[in-house]
Write a protein that binds this ligand. Structure first.
Ligand code: ZN
Length: 469
């Protein structure tokens, strides 16, 4: 007998329970009146419930089965949030091993491409700034919650219905540009103008778009926002008065961006697998974690033990909302610290992270002192004759008759061509020595000469560091 199969497409509009979605993870308006105002008690009760569900999902994924067995951990060991520390951590190295073990997706996915026949899926990879890309398959639920978290961030930072927002992130295999785009039009009532980065739409064109269509904001790294401001100036515009901007959705040093555009600019924290984790509110005292969707810890670089507020360590993230790949005590190796817990001026008690300090995998130990390229980059901005551009490299040198040692060099651009490089060089060496506590070599170079190394104006995330050891 002939077998007949009826083709069915898992239509997007009926593949998830939308009412459940918005009641569990509130979109911007409901969020500001709801989850944002939760007490610590409400937050922690929800976290514990969702953590248990997350562990249950994790226990079905080979990656976690192996990791947990190796550390003799069982999900039933977690009875309260205080038991978090019992869950084994993992890093990007474990993800890489997983991909090698089971190429090309690794054994950490819970959905594979063939599942798209039953439920809508999306696929993105990490940018691969450090090593090979990490693939992630997202369920529809995960995309929508991720977009809601992004939309909450934009709303907190001033985006309102009817605003046009230039999205200057790279539309590529990486998640960032897409989730922002999705958030803006599905959950903010805003209109994304999808320019992409400077290689897709030249920066001059981006400036014209912003001017002609009255853009209210740009979402980009602070490095690129500053480049846009510079370009606008060269085109004869005043970035402070000739545009309709009201806010800048930034990542990185917002102070320089605020000075360039004369409007508020906000910082956020997000990464590929989980989308927006934390966002700066108008009170600007750290980045509030979306605690209904995450448990974030800051853990000691060496021992991995959770640290109290005020101490710097690695950010360790447990994502509570996802149904596809799970992130359960994922040590993302970004450096930060936690703020003391108190009610913020904005009225929220959601915990706050310090501003991004750098990556611990680019941390260099020089004569016993931990040095981060990003921290050096911040320090050199204080020098009046430098334009803030920099590039660091570390190498192993072996002076005659002495043991080999690591040396770091920072290349810095001057503001003007005709600067006295020798004098500036001496001053910057001294400045770094004072603030970092160890000798760092300084090479002073002409304005714009580091572009090729950092990818300024072309890459979304600039390359600031090279390990030549
Ligand atoms: Zn706040």
């Amino acid at each position: 007998m002939e077998k007949t199969t009826k083709t069915e497409i898992p239509y997007y509009y009926k593949s998830i329970d939308w009412d459940r979605l918005v009641s569990e993870y509130e979109p911007p308006i409901e969020f500001m009146e709801g989850t944002w105002k939760w007490s610590r008690d409400q937050i922690e009760t929800t976290q514990l419930k969702r953590l248990k569900e997350t562990l249950e999902r994790g226990s079905k994924i080979p990656f976690f089965q192996k990791l947990w067995a190796k550390h003799d951990f069982d999900p039933s060991d977690v009875k309260s949030l205080e038991d978090m520390h019992k869950i084994p951590q993992y890093t990007i190295d474990d993800i890489r091993e997983s991909i090698e073990r089971k190429p090309p997706f690794g054994d950490y996915q819970s959905l594979l491409f063939e599942d798209a026949a039953h439920t809508p899926l999306r696929f993105y990879t990490s940018g691969g700034t450090t090593g090979a890309p990490r693939p992630t398959i997202y369920s529809q639920w995960d995309r929508e919650v991720g977009a809601i978290l992004s939309a909450r961030t934009f709303y907190l930072q001033g985006i309102r219905p009817g605003d046009a927002v230039i999205n200057a992130w790279a539309y590529s295999t990486h998640n960032a540009a897409w989730i922002m785009d999705h958030a803006l039009w599905h959950w903010n009532g805003a209109i994304p103008i999808t320019t992409g980065t400077g290689n897709v739409t030249p920066t001059q064109k981006q400036v014209e778009f912003a001017k002609n269509y009255g853009a209210a904001a740009i979402t980009a790294t602070s490095d690129y926002l500053l480049h846009i401001a510079e370009t606008a100036k060269k085109m004869g515009y005043d970035p402070k008065t000739d545009f309709n901007f009201k806010t800048m959705l930034s990542f990185g040093d917002t102070k320089a961006v605020e000075e360039a555009f004369g409007i508020p600019a906000y910082d956020s924290y997000a990464f590929h697998e989980v989308q927006y984790v934390a966002a700066e509110c108008p009170a600007k005292q750290g980045l509030h974690i979306f605690e209904d969707a995450f448990i974030v810890e800051v853990c000691d670089f060496e021992t991995g033990e959770p640290l109290p507020p005020g101490h710097r360590g690695n950010i360790v993230v447990t994502c509570l909302y996802k149904t596809g790949t799970q992130q359960i005590r994922y040590n993302i190796q970004d450096i930060s610290g936690m703020y003391e817990e108190y009610e913020c001026e904005c009225g929220s008690v959601h915990k706050r992270l310090e501003y991004f300090q750098g990556r611990s995998d680019t941390m260099v130990k020089l004569r016993g002192v931990n040095v981060w390229p990003e921290a050096c980059g911040k320090i050199i901005q204080e020098h009046d004759y430098l334009n803030g551009e920099y590039f660091c490299y570390v190498e192993r040198v072996k002076p005659e008759g002495k043991p080999a040692r690591d040396e770091m060099t920072i290349m810095v651009e001057t503001k003007a061509q005709e600067t006295d490089s020798y004098k500036v060089q001496q001053e910057v060496v001294e400045l770094l020595k004072q603030k970092v506590g160890v000798q760092i070599n300084v090479e002073v170079v002409a304005p714009d000469s580091l572009r090729e190394k950092t990818g300024h104006g072309e890459r979304a995330k600039l390359k600031r560091f090279e390990d030549r050891r």
